[in-house]
Design a protein around this ligand. Structure first.
Ligand SMILES: [Zn+2]
Length: 389
């Protein structure tokens, strides 16, 4: 069965051969989907016939957002911590332990309901691919449970046993790293595609460069791809470690030395910026322009989590990237789609070229520019193409 999507005021393909910019924009466009994949794009007047037809009435269509960094398996509520932070309390990652306690106490059904609600919330705002991390269980059984639940809703599952040192291991981080890289990794690797670590010497709860290296090397030996929470609170060793070990992504990149930028520009590691975190912790934003000027591949993601940033809206993060990090709207949209796909080393999502998965998002506006121009307004959603999963 084939479906023609037509009446597209502006189609963003992210196919660079289409246009003189990276977005590959086609005005007055149509697109044909067959067996869940894009098989044709072009001007509507040249569109081939198809079995069914959807007319989007002049709206813009963009690739579904690829949210390459999210923590969605948790229980509990940290709105009071947010309020305290807005009144002046500093963020150092310490509040994660309260989510750990609530998550351990929650049933599978409670966790599953929250997880599925958040994924649906994301889809209703245009996100069609999401990476989901564990990291609020921090025991062998709890981390494996979180990953089993995450795997029910995404292929992009990340083992984040090294999120923080749990309170029962306080003062004994090396013993906890031995647990993470031993029995916990063995239990979690079958349910995970990636391993991640919160590398942050400036936080008393996170992991220094040597411990982060131990975690990542163990994960790699177990067949997992690498991602790093790097340089969120200080210009620590996380970014250079990520590049050295060939990680797919170094996430946060808020505090960067010249050596960090040089490393990123010479490597294959994507810099994933999470401006919702800076918004929600009232912190300085990463210097996106510096990274782009150095030729670094930049992704934008939500970091949706109950502590440092509880937004599921990629469009909100895109607007922040434009307003606060001085990205152009085109750069921010590319980073939220193709950039996220690069951070997950995926070539089948994040664009709408021929062969891509038919993950479409429709914008209630004639141009993608409205994504940043109308912050906070729910104008973008995933487009269901009937007959295609
Ligand atoms: Zn995170």
């Amino acid at each position: 069965m084939s479906t023609l999507v037509t009446g597209i005021g502006e189609l963003v393909t992210n196919d660079p051969s289409r246009d003189d910019g990276p977005l590959g924009v086609i005005a007055g466009a149509a697109l044909v989907v067959e067996h869940g994949h894009v098989v044709w794009t072009g001007p509507a007047k040249e569109a081939p016939d198809a079995d069914t037809r959807i007319d989007v009435g002049g709206r813009a269509v963009v690739p579904g957002f690829v949210d390459s960094h999210a923590h969605l398996v948790f229980a509990g509520d940290r709105s009071a911590e947010f309020e305290a932070r807005m009144s002046g309390a500093a963020y150092d990652g310490g509040g994660i332990s309260s989510t750990v306690a609530a998550t351990r106490a929650a049933s599978d059904e409670t966790l599953r309901l929250r997880l599925r609600t958040l994924v649906a919330e994301m889809r209703s705002q245009g996100t069609t691919t999401v990476e989901i991390k564990s990291g609020y269980g921090l025991t062998v059984e709890e981390e494996a449970r979180a990953l089993r639940l995450a795997a029910e809703v995404t292929a992009e599952t990340t083992f984040l046993g090294a999120h923080v040192v749990p309170t029962e291991y306080a003062g004994r981080p090396d013993e906890f790293v031995a647990l993470v890289t031993g029995p916990m990794l063995a239990a979690c690797a079958p349910h995970a595609r990636w391993i991640d670590v919160f590398c942050e010497p400036a936080s008393p709860h996170a992991f220094d460069g040597d411990r982060a290296r131990t975690v990542l090397e163990a994960g790699r030996a177990a067949g997992l791809g690498l991602r790093v929470h790097a340089n969120q609170l200080s210009a620590g060793p996380g970014v250079r470690l990520a590049v050295e070990l060939g990680a797919a992504s170094a996430d946060h990149c808020t505090h960067l030395s010249d050596a960090d930028v040089d490393a990123l520009s010479g490597g294959s590691t994507v810099a994933t910026l999470l401006p919702g975190v800076e918004f929600s912790t009232r912190s300085p934003y990463p210097d996106a322009r510096r990274l782009l000027a150095a030729g670094v591949t930049v992704a934008v993601a939500t970091d949706c989590n109950p502590g440092s940033c509880f937004t599921s809206s990629m469009a909100f993060c895109l607007a922040l990237a434009v307003r606060e990090m001085r990205m152009t709207t085109a750069e921010a949209l590319w980073s939220a789609t193709a950039g996220g796909a690069a951070a997950l080393r995926r070539t089948d999502v994040g664009h709408l070229g021929v062969g891509a998965q038919a993950h479409l998002a429709v914008v209630d506006a004639p141009s993608y520019r409205h994504l940043a121009y109308r912050p906070g307004v729910p104008i973008v959603r995933a487009l269901d193409v009937p007959g295609h999963a």
